[in-house]
Design a protein around this ligand. Sequence first.
Ligand code: ADP
Ligand code: ZN
Ligand code: ZN
Length: 740
Amino acid sequence: MSHLTLIEVAVATPLRRPFSYLCPENISLPNVGARVKVPFGSRELIGIVTEHLDNSDVDTAKLKSLIEVLDQQPLQDPRIHHWLSWASDYYHYSLGEIYQQSLPTLLRKGEPAIIAQTLLWQLTEQGRALEPDSLKRAKKQQQLVVLLNSGAMSAAALKQADVASPAIKALADKGLIEQIPQALYPVCSWQEQHIIESDKHNLNPEQAIAVAAINVERGFSTSLLLGITGSGKTEVYLQAIEQVISSGKQALILVPEIGLTPQTLQRFQSRFNVPIVFLHSALNDKQRMDGWLKAQQGRAALIIGTRSAIFTPLKNPGMIIIDEEHDGSFKQQDTFRYNARDMAVVRAKLENIPLVLGSATPCFETLHNANSGKYQLLNLTKRAANASEASHQLIDIKGVKLQSGMSPQLLQLMAEHLKRGDQVMLFLNRRGYAPALLCHECGWLGDCQRCDAHYTVHQRYRYIQCHHCGDQHAIPHQCPGCGGTQLVTAGVGTEQLELAVNELFPDYASVRIDRDSTRRKGALDASLEGITNNDYQILIGTQMLAKGHHFPDVTLVAILDVDGALFSGDFRANEKLAQLYLQVSGRAGRASKPGQVVLQTHHPEHQLLQRLNHEGYLKFSEAALKERQAAQLPPFWHMALLRVECHDNQLIANFNLALRAIGEPLLIQLSIKESPVRQIGPMPAPMERRAGKFRWQVIFESSKRSQLHKFIAVLSQELAKHKASRQVRWSIDVDPIDMV
Ligand code: ADP
Ligand code: ZN
Ligand code: ZN
């Protein structure tokens, strides 16, 4: 059997092991990292070769042969393979599935890895010889010849220059123009000359120190670039990237979902005359694959994208930057539950390149790593362009009559700012008209039948909707409980706030930015542009409005209602609230106008609000980290969450029994005295029912990460073998962020 060779292939199945296949004689042995088509059960799957095996002591009789080799060269280099298999171990997730997620959809499906080349129109020899005046009577054709005289152009570019297809066809028919494929950008050929100096700032001393500390020559390091909004972090990224460009390397830049705007792209474009891959949500599969391949082949210098862009391979890696590193969107909340930020740290180390994490409000994990010296801390303490600090104020609303969530004191302030011609921003993290519908006569509450949640009322289109499962109905006219007709709403959402504001301030235009108002494609960009152009004076929004946008004319920022978060059961609630508070207040007074931030609360004396207001985020986080340490919580202890859900509570009970039978002896067996693994639960999830399913969870934690991982690895393997685990949906979330 010596002519047969054995390979291991990672295929996308939940089973956490590779599968062995034979490579038949008539197929040349695929490289490690190449895609192959293999038979799998009754199906054919695309997998990645992970290893060549020695077949001397394997019973090959039972093995199947691979069907086809799709790539001559591996798509991802060995460092990426190393990295992905680390992720498989760390997140306890199938390597085959991780490979699938690391590839763009078309490559996943087996499409050839070829960049689609744009076609350009150029003049033929005959066309070049032509005297344009001879086309005097065909103005459009004449214009086209003149345009192409100065170089070949794509059909899209011609369309922009107002040349329509009849003219193109006419000239092509006459043999005066022809199509050629556009040459691909030569591999990693950018250099110092591609840096555009015109809008570059002279760095202030803190920025200069930061740029110098992010040194490409020195290889791997992780830096935390800590600075409030407007302190010049982006300028630091740009100047740090200069070293990358000068040396013909590539930089990967991750931004939160909400930060992927044309303005972001524009900032990089106006500083670097290099090919940029911009991975925004409007791309189709083909464009996505092209971007991925351009990065992989070294035909793009900068790659800017959201979470999943972390998987983009780089031919000549130079740097990774994660802007707003604390942002929740870097954590994937289903299937492969990775955190792009944490993955980036490991990748940067393997690629031996610097990683920069930027934020005004770093997450506690990152701060802890900076405190312990694992990350270098680069602090920008001043606003870069001479803007003044915002003033902060708490408005006590105990016993105060509110108008759609606004206190008289706030209304007064709004009037003052608006009168001065400035913009006002109202932040309320609740979309819809009202968060609940109830019957005034019998107290009936509109609850979702499938979740432990109330329906949200959406007044404009007259429906109620559960924001957890999407279940939607027309607003009932009668109470289902007593038949009464006095159905009233409780609480305030952004839709109601907008109506109230329009009524109270009829002379000013308002705009609402939330998931409902921005559903239409292009709607968000249009609203943001309207704000910049001062078409609107009152800005109302949820989280979406809070992040990263530049609104120089906003002078008053009001946070309407965050009291719920002050007393939440989630141990991260204080961290999240502080981040939100500072992100929102960062919107105020960015230009030369001083900003004012107000927060309405029933608990102005609350320690968290006091600390944030008087001492700032860093001091607040120091105290909060001490509490985390005392309570043995992350980042001091390490955590994994096992979730289980099913329509049938009995099947969950069976699963919990199996878990106990497997887990308890294992806990005893693996636990060392100094760093045991602790188990909390099984217990119902905070939202016990969602979309008709019962949900339970178990927390595992340990002061020693390796200990926790050893336990989870064996536990999940043993569980997977148990019948009870196949009748429910269960998953493991390492370093969970959302525990709901
Ligand atoms: P951040 O990313 O921290 O919000 P930016 O880099 O966007 O901050 O800087 C905020 C504003 O200050 C921008 O308009 C930027 O052009 C300007 N800026 C940044 N650095 C400097 C500097 N050294 N001198 C003058 N203006 C600067
Ligand atoms: Zn009723
Ligand atoms: Zn629901």
